[in-house]
Design a protein around this ligand. Structure first.
Ligand code: PNS
Length: 164
């Protein structure tokens, strides 16, 4: 693992990863020596994709980025960051409406660990409306989401919804 100042953790549900997430990962990979995309194993949130499926899709979508790795975690994010010697958490902000929730999480994480800093990265404008939830809904109802998700995700979404 690289030195803590050079290591950034990008946590999320990624159910599934979208082009908006991917855009942020690409931009972050140019700034930090190493970016770990950390997928939450939240069994309670009833995700469409299993943790393994979500990790596989992220791994495929980031295979051209050598300084990006994919992992999963459960429990507190601050504990995961501490275990990996990381001090930076990245979160994307799409619109002002994201800010309140993100600030709440960032401040709670700082309360839990003063060593941890959260960096907010503005989403690119073409993805500012995009979310995993909306992608799943449109796909489930037969809409075309091919411009919104990586190819690996598109195939799995179609497969998943044809089996539902
Ligand atoms: O993609 P999401 O669902 O917005 O990601 C949310 C995530 C995974 C970053 C957040 O739920 C999280 O960090 N969960 C781990 C539990 C935790 O540490 N909670 C306290 C922070 S408020």
């Amino acid at each position: 693992m690289p030195a803590s100042e050079q290591l950034a953790i990008y946590p999320g549900s990624f159910d599934p990863i979208t082009n908006g997430h991917l855009d942020l990962i690409r931009r972050a990979s140019k700034i930090f020596h190493h970016v770990v995309v950390a997928t939450l194993r939240h069994e309670t949130k009833d995700p469409l994709f299993t943790t393994e499926e979500r990790m596989e899709m992220i791994t495929q979508a980031t295979s051209d980025l050598p300084n990006v790795s994919v992992d999963s975690f459960d429990g507190l994010l601050v504990d995961y960051a501490r275990e990996h010697g990381a001090r930076l958490i990245l979160r994307g902000i799409r619109a002002v409406s994201d800010y309140e929730y993100e600030l709440q999480m960032a401040l709670m994480n700082r309360q839990l660990s003063t060593e941890l800093e959260t960096l907010f990265i503005p989403a690119s404008e073409q993805y500012s409306y995009l979310s995993s939830r909306i992608v799943k809904e449109v796909s489930r109802l037969g809409g075309d989401v091919s411009a919104l998700v990586p190819a690996s995700v598109l195939a799995r979404l179609i497969e998943k919804h044809s089996n539902l």
